[in-house]
Design a protein around this ligand. Structure first.
Ligand code: AMP
Length: 125
């Protein structure tokens, strides 16, 4: 389930294993199309990952190949997880591919908040 130019989905990536229940996670929310859980190495007081349940490598793959129901369900879940941070503000972040530093090849959105998050990107030296 990948689009042209993207690597095939690795069924043994860590988030696939979490979805299969092979390794634990600190679950925040589960819906028919999404799972949200705390990042194992949080970079802010709130750092939650939201992943689709389907096998999508990246945002590109998900947006191109997921059904409308999966896309809607996923983004509704992102909204539910983000809602408690609405007052103070929050950041959504999705890494995609080499230059972004994407570590886990299963599409995920980071929900970050709970402190002032600083500049969006580190400027090159
Ligand atoms: P990315 O660099 O966007 O691919 O982010 C991958 C994220 O997954 C990192 O923030 C990791 O800390 C996080 N992560 C890796 N393994 C786990 C795990 N077993 N449970 C929760 N978060 C994880």
């Amino acid at each position: 389930m990948s689009v042209n130019g993207l690597p095939p989905y690795d069924t043994n990536n860590i988030f696939a294993r979490i979805l299969r229940g092979e390794i634990p996670c600190k679950r925040v929310l589960e819906t028919p199309h999404a799972l949200a859980f705390h990042d194992i190495a949080p970079q802010a007081p709130t750092h939650i990952l939201v992943i689709p349940k389907g096998p999508y490598v990246s945002a590109t793959d998900f947006n191109a190949t997921a059904s409308a129901e999966e896309i809607a369900g996923f983004w509704r879940a992102v909204g539910q997880v983000s809602a408690p941070l609405e007052g103070s503000g929050y950041r959504l972040l999705a890494n995609m591919g080499h230059d972004s530093g994407q570590e886990v090849p299963h599409f995920h959105v980071h929900v970050l908040g709970g402190r002032a998050l600083g500049p969006m990107l580190v400027r090159p030296a």
